[in-house]
Every structure is written in C-alpha cells, then in structure tokens.
Design a binder for this molecule. Structure first.
Ligand code: E4P
Length: 216
C-alpha cells in the first residue's frame, strides 16, 4: 500500500517526503482554501513539484463541458497532476472523455460500490471511497473499500483504490488489510502511525542504561 498525504500544506508534505514514505498528495478545495492562498494554480504547481508521485487536484466547476475544460488545464500544470472529478453521471461523462485523452482522473466522493464500478468502466485511474465520512454517517466505510477491491479483482479492473477520508491509524491498518492500493491520510495520522509508547520507553531505557555506565 502506498501513502498519499491528504493536505495542501507544503511543510507537511515536505516532512512526509523527507521521511521517504509519502509518494503522492490529494488535495480538495477545502484543504487548499485552508492554506489561505487564492491562487489555485500556483499552490497546486508548488505541491506537484514536491512529490515524486501523483497529486490530485479537484475541478472547481460543475457540468460536463466546464469540467472537461478545467481538467485539461489542470492536467497541463504538471506531469504528475491528476484531476479529481466527482463520482456523478456528469463526472463519468467527463472522465470517459479525459481518459481517452490520456488524462488521469481520480473519481472522488465515492460512497457506493456502484459508483466505483462505473468509475472503473469510464476509465478512471483512481477511485476514492470516503471511509471516514461513511463512518460518520453510520455506515461501514472500510467495508466499501474491501468490496471495491474484491470486485475490481474479480473483473481485472486497473483502477486503483484510494482509501480516503481517513481519520485515525486504525483506518490505515484496515485499508492495508483490505488491499487498498493507496491510503490518503492527514498529516496528524501519519505522525500517529510513527508512534508507539513501547518504542519511546525502549529508547529512554537504552539511553539511561548506557549513560549509567558512562557516568561510572
Ligand atoms: C480525498 O481525496 C479527500 O481529500 C479527503 O480524504 C476527504 O476527507 P475528509 O472527510 O476528512 O474531508
């Protein structure tokens, strides 16, 4: 399973890349707006330059033709730019055109297996089931990830599954067990994944034991 950071914060992305564990990034209008820079193109290009892998950038318009037009522009911003399009009928229509042009699409806001099957049939490169938002709504978000992975394997679909809307480290464990190709995670979850109290205690004990000898 690869890790993407679900953020538009440049410092967080740089740290994740320095650790050698962050391959790509997913942004959305909410995350980008949080950074306070209204130049969508400039912020997105900066992020694309920081990571080796794909950076998902969402369209900011509705309607098939406007989405296609904006997606073509976004795809031209960087060689690793991936266009995020919602998993709707209009989104599918846009995706099938864009996929035929060789533009990679991440179909976002996926909340059902049917949406995921349609995304694969339309030629999406990625599908993003929103695990945390499903859990918030009383459904089992990770069950959807498992089902998508199973069905994609059944039919040999090449669309990759991004477990999205991740809320805590246990979601990452479950996404890996479910066979998600990618988990896109907030920075705080990445940091939580690195932590274990026994590791912290172990380091203190090792250092204290050595210092006792050194102090003799
Ligand atoms: C995915 O690509 C989205 O940016 C993201 O995971 C949404 O997560 P949220 O439910 O925490 O907003």
């Amino acid at each position: 399973m690869r890790i993407f950071l679900d953020t538009a914060n440049v410092e967080q992305i740089k740290h994740g890349v320095r650790m050698g564990v962050v391959h790509g990034v997913t942004t959305n209008p909410t995350l980008t707006a949080k950074e306070g820079n209204a130049d969508y193109e400039a912020v997105s290009k900066d992020i694309c330059a920081l990571v080796p892998g794909p950076v998902s950038i969402e369209v900011l318009v509705e309607g098939v033709e406007p989405m296609i037009k904006q997606a073509r522009l976004i795809a031209g911003w960087a060689s690793n730019a991936v266009v995020k399009v919602p998993a709707t009928a209009e989104g599918l229509e846009a995706t099938s055109t864009l996929a035929r042009e060789g533009i990679k699409v991440n179909m976002t806001l996926c909340f059902s297996l049917n949406q995921a099957v349609l995304a694969a049939l339309a030629g999406a490169a990625y599908i993003s089931p929103f695990v945390g938002r499903m859990d918030d709504n009383g459904s089992d978000g990770m069950r959807l990830v498992e089902d998508i992975v199973t069905v994609y394997e059944n039919y040999g679909f090449s669309t990759e599954v991004i477990a999205a809307s991740i809320r805590h480290p246990q979601h990452c464990v479950a996404a890996a067990m479910a066979g998600a190709h990618i988990a896109t995670i907030p920075y705080n979850v990445l940091i939580q994944m690195t932590q274990h109290p026994m590791t912290t205690i172990g380091i203190s004990r090792f250092l204290a034991d050595w210092q006792r000898l050194a102090g003799k």
